[in-house]
Design a protein around this ligand. Structure first.
Ligand SMILES: Nc1ncnc2c1ncn2[C@@H]1O[C@H](COP(=O)(O)OP(=O)(O)OP(=O)(O)O)[C@@H](O)[C@H]1O
Length: 267
């Protein structure tokens, strides 16, 4: 397994926190028998960094991403994006907050099929009621290698190209943080590397902050740091991760979780 080399960050002065979770807890189901998806998670992610979130299945990765990005509200605890509190408001306030400060890249691209690549890139700006500079949107599409495809519909593009449009869409709105949920999960190896390279480039050159959930140690090795979750808790981190180190840590973590669960059910 190989991954990228870690060049020095070109934005070393940006050390303010872009994301902060304080004692975040998320439970699902009935109060007398809750499923605890996140258990007292406190963490701060510096601006201008790329963080991967990993953990065994059911460890709380998606819940972490959804709570951190304001797609879901924690049961208790607080979430801040760029110093502004995201928790505590109603759904309308949350939607406005997301549109202004947060971008998303999903596993299945989530492009609108009836809009061209360029129109998809401009959409978050329109939804946020911001001025749409189509020249800027075209330039962002060009920066992900799709200058020639601006007027094509998603169905006319490959999976990798569609995900590059989705990245352009996230970048064009210049959000404080981009949250990526398994962005390479539906792509082949080459397209996945292109996408991960673009995400890294937006951190290195654009000073973007990215938080990415992934199952793939190679994908995680593109990040500056990896956070590991197990049973809803943060159980460790790796800085300047290599794919091998991430894979080893994940194997250990999965063994530990399996052992704990066996003890819990008396096996
Ligand atoms: N809507 C829900 N209702 C009840 N339980 C839920 C709900 N969503 C998640 N959970 C539970 O919360 C825990 C964490 O789920 P989450 O989806 O965050 O884990 P994950 O690490 O993203 O898993 P995977 O890698 O399998 O996608 C799991 O035990 C899951 O079953």
């Amino acid at each position: 397994m190989d991954g990228p080399r870690h060049a020095p960050n070109s934005h070393p002065t940006q050390q303010a926190e872009a994301v902060r979770l304080v004692s975040v807890r998320k439970t699902y189901g009935a109060a007398d028998n809750p499923v605890v998806a996140l258990n007292n998670v406190t963490v701060g992610l510096p601006a201008g960094t790329f963080t991967a979130v990993m953990g065994p299945s059911g460890s709380g990765k998606s819940t972490f991403l959804h709570c951190a990005a304001g797609l879901d509200q924690p049961t208790s605890g607080r979430v801040f994006i760029d110093g502004a509190e995201l928790t505590g408001g109603d759904e309308t306030a949350l939607t406005k907050f997301r549109r202004q400060r947060v971008g998303f890249v999903f596993q299945q691209f989530n492009l609108l099929p009836t809009l061209t690549a360029l129109q998809n890139v401009a959409l978050p700006l329109r939804l946020a009621g911001r001025r749409v500079d189509l020249r800027h949107c075209r330039a962002v599409l060009a920066s992900v290698g799709l200058a020639e495809r601006a007027d094509h519909l998603p169905a006319e593009l490959s999976g990798g190209q569609q995900q590059r449009v989705a990245i352009a869409r996230a970048i064009a709105a210049q959000p404080r943080v981009i949250f990526a949920d398994e962005p390479t999960g539906a792509l082949d190896t080459t397209a996945a590397r292109d996408v991960l390279g673009l995400l890294r480039q937006s951190v290195r050159q654009g000073g973007q902050t990215i938080v990415m959930v992934t199952h793939d140690p190679v994908a995680a090795s593109y990040a500056d740091a990896v956070l590991f979750l197990a049973d809803g808790q943060l159980v460790g981190s790796l800085t300047r991760p290599t794919a091998d180190a991430v894979a080893q840590r994940m194997a250990r973590l999965s063994d530990e979780v399996a052992r704990r669960h066996q003890v819990a059910v008396g096996v």
